[in-house]
Design a protein around this ligand. Structure first.
Ligand SMILES: [Zn+2]
Length: 277
């Protein structure tokens, strides 16, 4: 019971600060408090620490040169202020792994969790740092120059940030496992894996997830055309008018793309973990 209270208080403190700093909408803050509480109470500092590391770094990086990004945010769903849907798309899979591990402890959930969190961290760091790139991004599909912020557009700065972000999650897993003295019962196997192996597990799975995200964004993600300014955008409204369908599968919105890429990264981390352990 005490874990639920500590978890809820920590989550409330961090989500409250994020709401105050305008990194979260009200629905996003409510979802983040709920999620943080579960991560702490059903998991421990290993799960909670990874979530906080993703969340705090992403919130800080989203404030980098906010004025230039404000223009991009009108066209793309990934905005500085995250709502409940985005919070769940980023941390929901990790929460599922955390709950499953509480019910049926197995190292597999730990690897899967690190893969999904490395992917969402890589994707978010890439978006925020890539937005600062002086050179325009190129399409991951045909390598043509695309407007900054375009789904499926990659820059060297963004790709570097993705790789570092993913590797940091892997390294943090190693640190937190030591801090928490390994995990409950069946998870003990995770603590015997060295720092570099963890960096490889997080770095490779997260980077692959971010690339999958770009690939899906460039191909099957639902995109719209603004009938006022002619831009291709992710959102249903632009220039104050509803937008028209341009391409992609109707259900494949930005959150669905995130979710699929994270699942892929989770499985890659699982495979790497089983191989390197
Ligand atoms: Zn427009």
């Amino acid at each position: 019971m005490i874990d639920w209270i500590i978890g809820a208080l920590c989550a409330l403190l961090i989500a409250g600060a994020a709401y105050w700093k305008k990194s979260l909408s009200l629905s996003g803050a409510v979802a983040a408090v709920m999620m943080g509480t579960v991560y702490y109470a059903a998991g421990n500092l290993f799960w909670f620490g990874i979530l906080i590391l993703f969340f705090v770094t992403s919130s800080i990086f989203s404030k980098l040169r906010g004025d230039r990004k404000a223009e991009l945010e009108k066209s793309y769903a990934k905005s500085g202020r995250r709502d409940a849907g985005q919070v769940l798309a980023n941390g929901g899979l990790g929460m599922a792994a955390c709950i499953l591990n509480a019910l049926w402890p197995n190292p597999v959930w730990g690897y899967f969790f690190i893969g999904t969190m490395a992917a969402v961290t890589a994707d978010t760091w890439a978006t925020e740092w890539g937005g600062l790139s002086k050179r325009p991004p190129r399409s991951v599909v045909n390598w043509r120059v695309v407007p900054p912020g375009t789904s499926g557009g990659v820059s060297s700065l963004g790709s570097m940030a993705a790789l570092i972000g993913a590797g940091v999650i892997g390294g943090a897993a190693w640190v937190l496992l030591r801090w928490t003295g390994g995990m409950q019962g069946a998870m003990q196997g995770l603590i015997s894996i060295g720092l570099w192996k963890w960096i490889v597990i997080g770095g490779a799975s997260g980077f692959a997830g971010a690339m999958a995200d770009s690939l899906l964004g460039a191909t099957v993600q639902k995109m719209f055309r603004c009938e006022v300014c002619g831009k291709i955008v992710e959102v249903g409204e632009h220039c104050g008018r509803p937008t028209a369908a341009a391409r992609g599968w109707s259900w494949m919105n930005n959150d669905a793309v995130n979710l699929i890429s994270s699942v892929a990264a989770g499985f890659i981390a699982w495979g790497l973990g089983a191989f390197l352990a």
